[in-house]
Design a binder for this molecule. Structure first.
Ligand code: ACO
Length: 429
């Protein structure tokens, strides 16, 4: 017999189906709640609300488990390439040799962006935040590919849009960086793989030969995999909601980039390094900053600590911490900011305030340290996150369409003024 949940309202009993997920997660299906009872649920920040049934990513925050399509993040970060993981997320299975080579070729084939886009970059002021540029550029791709504007075209057309987006995001990200550096853009190289090509577009100069350091390339591959999806987070939920209005993929992902930018989400990686630098400049008194974070009259939070779903540890942070140690040792980088990060972690982890609230370092705490070691400037950190998260956004958008999900449109409890009459201006207080 299937389980049901009983709800008593105004003395009347109602029954709602209980849904059980593949990993025994339980949900009460309240989709008929308003129609049958007249009530809605109220859940600020959707802390208890499942917005969909998804087969992409499994996350167990209590036990620090993260799996893409059933594969653990640990195994994928160790063994896979970012494009393999992208294929897995978007199409549901790891590609065989033929599928991977077709996917890689198609992505390589689409890396160039229209030359007119150069004039968009020229119009941005020097020092423009690259996330602002990236979000605008991705949205503008829909104007170059009018066919992409109908998200219900054939599977082949949608696939082309998906491949274009994966191919062009690194090109545009690198161009945003070059714009701020005042350097000429570097066109994509079809003989390089995804990470190698991106690094070349970022760091090659017309004055010298460029070859990516394999340590850097491998660290980048790992970081992108670790960021590739995280189920219904703020930006993925944004992509799904925007896409649910039948907005095209480019615009939906552009909205996801905007959502990621905030310091409480992906923007935290930039905020972490800025915070660590401020602590260093302030003399390195860690306790002072920890006390500030605990002070409820102070809006300061320890950036890189805490997570909506991970309350014991963030499995990605564990992998990144190890990778950061390895990369810094291999590249011979001695970063005092890393020492502050390590000390801060210890102070916070031993403080009852952080322990009681389950506040542990998240993925953003250590990713910035690696990006610094790879010579990526601080304001590009969230762009790096966006590069990694792209296949997740695409997979979420595609699944939402394939499920024929309705337009996302939450309800509210109105608490404003009751009906009142318009007063002429001279009678208002
Ligand atoms: N520093 C100090 N206190 C914190 C922090 C922090 N970083 N994070 C949470 N708290 C406290 C809150 O003040 C609250 O305390 P209270 O119970 O006394 O009121 C309690 O911990 C619970 O915090 P909430 O804000 O309710 O938790 P929520 O799940 O809504 O927020 C979030 C999660 C946004 C990540 C939060 O922990 C935060 O702001 N962290 C810092 C920013 C950050 O690192 N973001 C990156 C997240 S990872 C990612 O998006 C990839």
């Amino acid at each position: 017999m299937s389980e049901t949940a009983r709800l008593i309202l105004d003395g009347k009993e109602y029954e709602f189906p209980v849904i059980t997920g593949a990993e025994n997660e339980k949900a009460i299906d309240i989709s008929k709640l308003r129609a049958t009872t007249g009530y809605i649920t109220l859940d600020y920040g959707f802390k208890n609300t499942g917005s969909t049934q998804s087969a992409i990513t499994y996350l167990d925050g209590e036990n620090g488990i993260l799996r893409y399509r059933g594969y653990t993040i640990e195994e994928l970060a160790e063994k896979a390439s970012f494009l393999e993981v992208s294929y897995l997320l978007i199409y549901g299975e790891l590609p065989n040799t033929k599928q991977l080579s077709y996917f890689q070729e198609s992505i390589t084939h689409h890396t160039l962006v229209h030359e007119n886009m150069k004039s968009f970059f020229e119009a941005f002021p020097p020092g423009a935040h690259p996330m602002g540029m990236l979000s605008s550029m991705i949205s503008s791709l829909s104007t170059f590919y009018p066919d992409s504007q109908n998200p219900n075209r054939s599977v082949v057309d949608i696939e082309k849009t998906i491949h274009r987006l994966i191919a062009k995001l690194p090109t545009l990200a690198a161009q945003a960086y070059k714009h701020n550096m005042g350097h000429p853009i570097v066109y994509p190289s079809n003989d390089l793989d995804y990470c190698g090509n991106f690094l070349k577009m970022m760091f090659a100069l017309p004055t010298e030969d460029y070859e990516a350091n394999p340590i850097v390339e491998s660290a980048l591959n790992k970081l992108l995999i670790l960021h590739a999806d995280h189920e219904q987070n703020c930006s993925a939920a944004t992509v799904r909601v925007v896409g649910s209005s039948q907005a095209n993929l480019f615009s939906s992902v552009s909205a996801g980039i905007a959502a990621l930018w905030g310091p409480l989400h992906g923007g935290a990686n930039q905020a972490v390094i800025e915070m660590l630098e401020s602590i260093k400049e302030d003399g390195g008194n860690l306790q002072k900053w920890v006390d500030k974070a605990k002070d409820k009259t102070d809006s300061f939070r320890l950036m890189g600590f805490g997570h909506r779903v991970y309350k014991n540890f963030d499995p990605r942070a564990k992998i990144i911490k190890k990778a950061a140690d390895e990369v810094l040792a291999q590249l011979g980088v001695d970063d005092p900011v890393l020492d502050i990060a390590k000390e801060l972690e210890q102070v916070a982890l031993n403080d009852p305030y952080f322990v009681e609230r389950g506040l542990y370092p998240n993925v953003d705490f250590y990713s910035g340290i690696i990006y610094r070691a790879l010579n990526i400037p601080t304001d590009m950190f969230t762009v790096m996150f966006a590069l990694g998260r792209l296949p997740g956004w695409i997979a979420q958008w595609k699944e939402m369409h394939e499920n024929n999900e309705p337009i996302g449109r939450p309800r509210q409890v109105y608490i404003g003024a009751n009906e009142r009459s318009y007063l002429p201006i001279d009678q208002r207080g």
